[in-house]
Ligand binder design. Structure first.
Ligand code: F6P
Length: 541
């Protein structure tokens, strides 16, 4: 990594020049001039295919982006990441989630082996009905109580592979809003419900508050204090706090696993409980295949690195302020939320690793929703809005049996059509013909033409999954993790800390104390004071 102002790097300057040229280029004419374009800008690894040929890039751009990554220290950083070096420099920790998904016969830490074995045994007991609730009934429902990285990853996987669910149903409660837990508990049978309190720190206020209410709910429903152990387990790195809470059974992980990179650890136990240990193992294996690719492939053919480079190009050089993720699969509906944390908590930084101000844009706004629903919501803006966005379409392929269903064929066709429409836009001559056939002419025609035309040239990538199964999902998530890492290297920021969320947490504690009357008022701004008064009046305090 280098502490030179990135804008002074020759590759950065080259990219600036290329961006100026590219602002006049059209991707549809690049296709017309280069019959090999689709092939040239398509990569495959671990069952994932990335077609970025509809991005506003050419070979000169990709080469310059590669040079930029190299000068920013990509190779050394990748080696450091995989060797378990403390790449999270503000906390002095490694970011070694890849070590969790190495196969069983690879050298692993003994403790990783030990937790995985304990997890497998526990999962087997619960799934085979040997782990019983306080009335002797087997467990039918698992409620994961956790937030952020202790929620989003397992939730994504459990939703995505819901078709594999057998006997045990997993539920996820994250929000401190009572509605989240209340709406879940109303559907649960206390005799058959297992709570997993998942918190790396075991200090997250929302999680602990919900866990306390869940505990009381069990007691109110006939369980005794001694029964709590049958219904509560914890996943954490903080054994002392887990014991203090009164939970006996804990599955540990380590400070070298970041929260948003933790689904591969015991944080994923709800995946194994709901979908089977073999599914969890397949998830790890798919991620490991992507790790191998990322660790060994050269930049030009490296799929996660290419995702990262294209993102940097769109963000820093084409000036696109948002990155939209649209999975065309209902079961991947949780993916935008997962990626929001992964990308924005990781790279939403404005200082470099050396504590200097970052002088360029870092992460764009990441948002999205599932296709085809999104077409009827925000695609209007993607096609005709003033600000263009960079879109990742994620499309799991299906087999002939699934394609017998007309809706399945529509799912796939819509995804491909949107990607093409964003790139091509609407041909003005054809539109004029159409309007003329409708009987329009003169000013009326001009007016309709203005409203209906769109220019296209809006960049997007297509990410195909050979299948929507655990293995490919593991590979896909690992690809995005590595993308985030590469972008952090290019921007010279630490992708693995999240100090920005701490201030809000501390202030929430202070404000809560003030609202409850247990803390002296702090010096607030007039707006916050007035809002607190309104809240107090609403609460009758
Ligand atoms: O939002 C900040 C954060 O620390 C995330 O990084 C983390 O995933 C989440 O809170 C939950 O933290 P914990 O697992 O310690 O409860």
């Amino acid at each position: 990594m280098t502490d030179l102002d990135i804008r002074q790097q020759p590759a950065w300057r080259d990219l600036g020049r290329l961006a100026a040229q590219m602002s006049r280029a059209r991707v549809d004419s690049m296709f017309a001039h280069d019959p090999a374009r689709a092939e040239r800008f398509t990569l495959s690894a671990a069952g994932i295919t990335l077609d970025y040929s509809k991005q506003r890039v050419d070979q000169a751009v990709m080469r310059a982006l590669g040079r930029l990554a190299e000068t920013q220290g990509f190779h050394a950083a990748r080696t450091a990441l995989f060797s378990g070096a403390p790449v999270n420099n503000s906390e002095g920790r490694a970011a070694w989630h890849m070590a969790l998904r190495r196969p069983d016969d690879a050298p692993l830490h003994d403790e990783v082996h030990a937790v995985r074995a304990a997890m497998a045994e526990f999962v087997d007991d619960v799934r085979r009905g040997r782990w019983l609730g306080y009335t002797g009934a087997p467990i039918s429902d698992v409620v994961n109580i956790g937030i952020g990285g202790s929620d989003l990853g397992p939730r994504l996987i459990c939703d995505a592979l819901a078709q594999l669910r057998q006997r045990i149903h997993c539920h996820f409660v994250a929000n401190v809003d009572p509605a989240d837990l209340d709406d879940t508990l109303i559907r649960m049978d206390p005799e058959r419900t297992l709570f997993i309190v998942t918190s790396k720190s075991f200090g997250t206020a929302e999680t602990l508050a919900n866990a306390q209410v869940a505990r009381q709910w069990l007691l109110d429903n006939g369980a005794s204090e001694d029964d709590i152990a049958r219904h509560f387990v914890a996943v954490s790195t903080n054994e002392e706090a887990v014991r203090a809470f009164g939970i006996e059974r804990m599955f540990g992980f380590w400070d070298w696993v970041g929260g948003r990179f933790s689904l591969w650890s015991a944080v994923g136990i709800s995946i194994a409980l709901g979908l089977g240990m073999e599914t969890f193992d397949a998830l790890l294996a798919g991620a490991h295949a992507m790790d191998n690719h990322f660790e060994t492939a050269p930049l030009e053919t490296n799929l996660p690195a290419t995702l990262a480079l294209v993102g940097v190009w769109n963000n820093n050089f084409l000036g696109l302020p948002s990155h939209v993720v649209v999975p065309y699969a209902q079961r991947l509906a949780a993916m935008p939320a997962f990626l929001q944390q992964l990308e924005m908590e990781s790279n939403g930084k404005s200082v470099t690793r050396d504590g200097e101000a970052v002088r360029v844009e870092t992460v764009p706004t990441v948002w999205g929703s599932v296709g085809t629903n999104a077409q009827h919501a925000f695609f209007q803006m993607l096609h005709q809005g003033v600000l263009a966005a960079d879109v990742d379409f994620v499309l799991p392929l299906s087999d002939a049996e699934a394609a017998a269903d007309d809706r399945e064929r529509q799912r796939v066709a819509n995804c491909l059509a949107q990607a093409e429409a964003l790139m091509r836009g609407r041909d003005t001559d054809a539109l004029v013909d159409e309007l003329t056939r409708e009987g329009l002419s003169g000013w009326a025609l001009e007016q309709r033409l203005a409203a209906r035309r769109f220019d296209g040239n809006r960049p997007n990538s297509m990410i195909l999954m050979d299948r929507l199964d655990a293995w490919h999902l593991g590979a896909l998530v690992a690809a995005y993790e590595h993308k985030v890492f590469v972008q952090g290297v290019i921007w010279n920021i630490n992708s693995f800390d999240q100090w920005g969320v701490e201030l809000g947490k501390t202030m929430a504690g202070q404000l809560l104390g003030e609202l409850e009357g247990s803390r002296e008022p702090a010096d607030h701004d007039a707006s916050t004071d007035a809002l607190m008064d309104r809240v107090r009046r609403a609460w009758g305090r």
